[in-house]
Write a protein that binds this ligand. Structure first.
Ligand code: HEC
Length: 172
C-alpha cells in the first residue's frame, strides 16, 4: 500500500523528467516537420518543372498532330455513307429478329406469338395504323405489356413499322 503513495518530492522529480521529455519530443517533432517540409518543397519544385515540361510538350505536339490529322479526316467522309446505307437497308425481318423475336417468337409474357393467326387476327382487325402506334408508343393490354419499340429506343419509327409489317405478313 505504501508503495502506491508518492511523496511530493518524488512526484516533483518524475513530473520534471516528464516535462523535460516532452520538451525534447517537441523539439524533435519540429525538426522532423522541417525536414519533411523541405523535402516536400523540393518535390513540389520538381513537380512544377514536370508541369512546365508537359506544358512545353503539349505546346509542341499539335504541330505533329496536324500532319497525322489530315488523312484521318479525308477517310471519315468515305466511311460515313456505310452506316446510312445500312440503316436504309434494315428490313422488317432484321428488326423483328433483333428487337421483337425475344418476346413474340415464343409468345413470352403474353406477347402474341409470331405467325399465330389466333393470337393476331383480333389485333389486325384494329387496323395496321393502330398496331404501328401501339408498337411505337408501347401498349398495355389484357395479355401483358408491350414496351415502346420493344424496349429498343434506338429504333426508328419506320423500323418498328417494318417489323410490324413483317409480323402481319407472316400470319397464316
Ligand atoms: C418485352 C416483350 C416484348 C417485346 C420485346 C416486343 N413486344 Fe410486342 N407485345 C408484347 C406483349 C406482351 C404484347 C401484348 C400486349 C397486350 O395485348 O396485352 C405485345 C403486342 C404487340 C402488338 C399488338 C399491339 C395491339 O395493339 O394489339 C404489336 C403490333 C407488337 N407487339 C409489335 C412489336 C414489335 C414490332 C416489336 C419489336 C420492335 C415488339 N412488339 C417487341 C411484348 C413485347
Amino acid at each position: 500500500m505504501s508503495d502506491n503513495v508518492m511523496s511530493d518530492s518524488r512526484f516533483g522529480r518524475i513530473f520534471g523528467i516528464m516535462l523535460a521529455a516532452m520538451a525534447v519530443l517537441t523539439v524533435v517533432l519540429i525538426i522532423i516537420a522541417n525536414i519533411i517540409g523541405s523535402t516536400l518543397k523540393d518535390e513540389m519544385a520538381s513537380l512544377k518543372d514536370q508541369a512546365k515540361k508537359n506544358e512545353l510538350i503539349a505546346r509542341i505536339e499539335p504541330i505533329g498532330k496536324i500532319a497525322f490529322g489530315e488523312p484521318a479526316e479525308t477517310a471519315q467522309p468515305e466511311a460515313a455513307p456505310a452506316p446510312e446505307a445500312q440503316a436504309e437497308a434494315v428490313s422488317g425481318e432484321a428488326t423483328y429478329n433483333s428487337a421483337c423475336a425475344m418476346c413474340h417468337g415464343q409468345g413470352i409474357a403474353g406477347a402474341p406469338k409470331f405467325a399465330d393467326a389466333g393470337a393476331w387476327n383480333d389485333r389486325i382487325a384494329k387496323g395496321t395504323d393502330t398496331l404501328y402506334t401501339n408498337a411505337i408508343q408501347g401498349f398495355k393490354g389484357a395479355a401483358g405489356y408491350m414496351p415502346a419499340k420493344g424496349g429498343n429506343a434506338g429504333l426508328s419509327d419506320d423500323q418498328v413499322k417494318a417489323a410490324v409489317d413483317y409480323i402481319v405478313d407472316n400470319i397464316k
